[in-house]
Design a protein around this ligand. Structure first.
Ligand SMILES: *[C@@H]1O[C@H](CO)[C@@H](O)[C@H](O)[C@H]1NC(C)=O
Ligand SMILES: *[C@@H]1O[C@H](CO)[C@@H](O)[C@H](O)[C@H]1NC(C)=O
Ligand SMILES: *[C@@H]1O[C@H](CO)[C@@H](O)[C@H](O)[C@H]1NC(C)=O
Ligand SMILES: *[C@@H]1O[C@H](CO)[C@@H](O)[C@H](O)[C@H]1NC(C)=O
Ligand SMILES: *[C@@H]1O[C@H](CO)[C@@H](O)[C@H](O)[C@H]1NC(C)=O
Ligand SMILES: *[C@@H]1O[C@H](CO)[C@@H](O)[C@H](O)[C@H]1NC(C)=O
Ligand SMILES: *[C@@H]1O[C@H](CO)[C@@H](O)[C@H](O)[C@H]1NC(C)=O
Length: 530
């Protein structure tokens, strides 16, 4: 998960009162989680497994990034070479999942651990064995597996053939999906083709925040998304046609989205917020979940028009054929949503981003109110539970009350087992979820916390901790210890309700946040991400 940004401070001239959003999602109620509501917990292969070259595993684009491209990529200089060593500790991981009492463990499979060069002719039996062992361990505890096929770790050999910009990857990914179905369909109820494809394409191909750091925004990000959506649809259809009749599982995709709150009630600010959602979330979800399919109409119109003005011979946003639109439409059995925080949106009053770029195509500016509760190791992670509620409602309205599984949500700190901020964050965001279900009548079926344990958090290395279990990265066994939040989450699951002492007006856990000059809103903006 997660987003990186440039920290650019400038004076925001608006009146803070006009953007004084009440961050609480709603008053205390006695709402309870339905009996069939699914609770889960999520991880990702690269962030926890380690064993980066063990037993025949191939190099991934992240291994390549930290070993070859830029060994200083992570701010603490760490690599995911060992991480939480889940390759050797999977039995303890399954035990932790069991201790939480969750129904679902969402983990990802490393493509290069299964197919070292990404292709079907070379399959690594040791890799297959590792995930089968993990699945058997989960089965022992009656935990349902949700498997993510792609959480960003492409085999480097495929990157060298163009990665997601090479159209052949649609077939390579389909081959990989078939290997997974053939080996694990008997043990996996939920399949997620891609986790946060926007991080893959916008940040990895359009920018430099994720591997492979191509930095070709306005082109490679659109091309990457185009092929990725086709690969998703192909993997979906293969399951639907060949495996579903026997195994009856579900296939979907997990999308990351911030909530976009209009800076004011003006038509222009509301349009900016809507454009943000369509150019980020809708880019991926409109083709799959809307009734008409294809990219959002406004996105097509704007990029086609800009491309014309920029004298390109064709739009920088590739076109789907009518057959492809039909092929992609409807290929999600549920809507996987990852959510962490909220931004304000307004229209840019001057050119934003390089020309051309995704940011320039959007033409909007996003920022956060520094008065919003924070105190996170991730300074973009401000606590705005009402934004979660509004995002769930937006998704429901936009996609005909689609059934939603929240596949990631959580809070990062600098470490420690007494994690009052994370406990408070989960209370507030689960309160938002309950209000969403009971008052906004959204169709939310489940919730997976991010993350089961502390991990290698991409560019933040080992410094930013999202875990319910603390990992002692210095210990030889990467000892795991439950944090207060793990105990709190286990109690919520058991009681099907928020803790008795939860107070939706209490944000004091975040009170000593990195407060900025009171009259100057220091705007955290990721120009390339707006
Ligand atoms: C919740 O509270 C309302 C009114 O405060 C009450 O009518 C309802 O029965 C309560 N529900 C439960 C499950 O306790
Ligand atoms: C798993 O489910 C089976 C059948 O319902 C039950 O007998 C067993 O005790 C359960 N095991 C655990 C660890 O919960
Ligand atoms: C990425 O490309 C932009 C131009 O679009 C350039 O200004 C920037 O320096 C590049 N970043 C890196 C890290 O190469
Ligand atoms: C596109 O071409 C036209 C005609 O040659 C020229 O006037 C215009 O400045 C060009 N636009 C850009 C963005 O280069
Ligand atoms: C999945 O398969 C069923 C049964 O063949 C079919 O009715 C349905 O249209 C398929 N779904 C998609 C999205 O193609
Ligand atoms: C959405 O679906 C759920 C579950 O079927 C239902 O309870 C709810 O009323 C629906 N919401 C709307 C707005 O139709
Ligand atoms: C690490 O794990 C091994 C194997 O489970 C065990 O024998 C050893 O005692 C553990 N070491 C520590 C320091 O916990």
């Amino acid at each position: 998960m997660l987003f990186l940004f440039l920290l650019s401070s400038f004076v925001f001239k608006g009146n803070a009162d006009t953007i004084g959003l009440n961050v609480s999602a709603g008053p205390k109620q006695n709402y309870t989680f339905p009996k069939d509501f699914l609770f889960g917990v999520s991880t990702a292969a690269l962030q926890i497994e380690g064993a980066w070259d063990a037993d025949g595993k191939g190099e991934s684009i992240w291994d390549h990034l930290v070993h070859v491209q830029n060994p200083k990529f992570a701010k603490d200089g760490s690599t995911p070479d060992v991480a939480a060593d889940s390759y050797h500790n999977y039995k303890r991981d399954a035990e932790m999942v069991h201790e939480l009492g969750v129904n679902i463990y969402r983990f990802s499979i490393s493509w290069p651990r299964i197919m070292p060069k990404g292709l079907k002719n070379d399959i690594n039996q040791k890799g297959l064995e590792y995930y089968r062992n993990l699945l058997m361990e989960l089965e022992k505890y009656n935990v349902t597996a949700m498997v993510v096929m792609y959480h960003w770790d492409l085999p480097q050999a495929l990157q060298e053939m163009g990665g997601w910009t090479n159209e052949n990857i649609v077939d390579y990914f389909a081959d990989y999906a078939k290997v997974l179905y053939d080996n694990y369909a008997d043990k996996v109820k939920y399949w997620v083709t891609f986790n946060e494809p926007m991080q893959v394409c916008l940040e990895g191909y359009g920018n430099t925040y994720r591997a492979p750091k191509l930095n070709q925004t306005g082109f490679a990000d659109y091309l990457c998304t185009h092929n990725l959506l086709k690969a998703h649809a192909k993997a979906y259809h293969i399951y639907n046609t060949t495996y579903r009749p026997t195994y009856g599982g579900q296939v979907a995709i997990s999308l990351d989205s911030n909530w976009a709150e209009p800076k004011t009630e003006s038509a222009s600010d509301r349009e900016a917020a809507e454009r943000y959602l369509q150019f980020h979330l809708g880019w991926y979800t409109h083709p799959i979940y809307s009734a008409e399919g294809n990219y959002p109409a406004e996105m097509i119109r704007i990029i086609d028009e800009k491309s014309r003005q920029q004298n390109f011979s064709q739009s920088r946003l590739p076109k789907f054929t009518p057959e492809e639109i039909e092929y992609i439409k409807g290929t999600g059995d549920f809507f996987g949503l990852n959510h962490y925080t909220t931004y304000y949106l307004t229209m840019a009053d001057k050119q934003v981003g390089a020309v051309p770029s995704h940011a320039n195509d959007c033409g909007i500016v996003r920022f956060q109110n520094p008065k919003w509760p924070s105190k996170s190791s991730s300074n973009w992670l401000r606590v705005v539970p009402v934004g979660f509620r509004r995002l769930l409602k937006w998704v429901s309205n936009e996609y005909n009350n689609v059934s939603i599984l929240v596949t990631e949500n959580g809070f990062a700190d600098f470490s420690g087992v007494h994690d009052a901020e994370r406990v408070s964050y989960y209370g507030h965001y689960l309160n938002a979820l309950l209000h969403s279900m009971y008052e906004d009548k959204t169709n939310v079926k489940g919730y997976c916390a991010w993350s089961l344990m502390d991990n290698w958090e991409w560019d933040d290395g080992l410094t930013s901790r999202f875990g319910l279990f603390l990992v002692d990265f210095k210990s030889p066994n990467k000892t795991r210890t439950p944090k207060d939040s793990a105990k709190m989450y286990a109690k919520v699951i058991k009681s099907r309700s928020l803790p008795d002492n939860f107070d939706p007006t209490d944000f004091s856990a975040f009170s000593s946040s990195n407060v900025l000059l009171p009259s100057v809103l220091t705007v955290v903006t990721l120009l390339s991400l707006t």
